[in-house]
Design a protein around this ligand. Sequence first.
Ligand code: AMP
Length: 400
Amino acid sequence: MKVLVINCGSSSLKYQLRDMDDESVLASGVVERIGEPMGRITHTELPEADEAEKHAEERPIPDHVEAMRLMVEKLLARAVSSLDEIDAIGHRVVQGGESFSHPELVDDRVVETIRANIPLAPVHSSNTTGIVEARKIFGDTPNVVVFDTDFHLTMPDYAFMYPLPLSFYKDLKVRKYGFHGTSHKYVSRKAAQYLGKDPSEVNLITIHLGNGCSMDAVKAGKCVDTTMGLTPLAGLMMGTRCGDIDPAILPFLAKHASMTLDEIDAAMNFRSGLLGISGTGDMRDVHAARAGGDDNARLAFEMFAYRVKKFIGSFLAVLGTVNALVFTAGIGENDADVRAEACKGLEPLGIRIDPVKNAKRASGIREIQADGGPVKILIVPTNEELEIARSTVAIVRQNA
Ligand code: AMP
């Protein structure tokens, strides 16, 4: 079964074609800077093979409709000879609100419900464009939607509610939803499997540190708390996002810096985090600057790791017993300095990193806790596309 996974971001479209008989990747690509004067498409055939072929092209890409057309053009060039060879399409949808607790086969009702949730994640309205266009382009081929939020719908009400007037929740659905759910679900399942247990037998703290960063407290296989909130701006410090701040900073800036709400929102999403403090939103550049003696880079690194540590402590309290910390995504998988700094001082709580194992570069799942450390510390590479493709196959088979 060939499955095309589509991930429409606010100004990008990522896609991956997989043969789910052996889960191999046949082609993948990314269309970037959609809506800007000059866009770019990078397409790779057989990305996991030695004979991988990569093509990049720059051209204006006004919207996601054009991005979808370009993707199809690239796929038809070699990966498939006809679109009929694609058996199903899986879409990443950022916000499912309270409407979706698991992936769904797309029909008109599902599209309308996703549309109704757009006010909760306006930057990601392009998710809907991807689904609508795919239904036009691929005719009767089944489409499945997989939500970033559904793994978090198991949170108890005292964890997902904000202490605001109750009507904000009742009338406007203002609550904590959480994001990166596909990643947290994937790595928590993988970690349980690695530990030789059923997900229902382990408590985990999953730590997704990429450009966006979030953590989950996972109790017996179910998410019971998460760091992100109504939007993906909450919680940890990120590449360009601030994470948790005093909410009264907003009216303060409006009054004292004459900023509009839109300006403050843009500053918090795109000019904050690592970028806001150090001048770069990329952790590798932060390290390079830090090594060169840049004190703002030192500060950004220490703030970033400190906030991860605070949430580890908080989720230890939430879970009581923790079998493993699970680090994942670009920084979580690759950055030994961040892992070491985030766990520093937590030894009395059973979290003891082995510096040699931590520093060793490797692929695949690995353990980095010191011998005899009561809490395992795992690195588990995430694979959101594979998780979406697997869910797509499962839903299509269920509905066959
Ligand atoms: P992601 O969103 O998962 O692609 O992660 C992007 C983040 O991971 C960026 O901040 C990168 O600097 C960081 N990253 C990727 N590779 C490495 C690496 N080898 N060492 C440190 N950070 C890395």
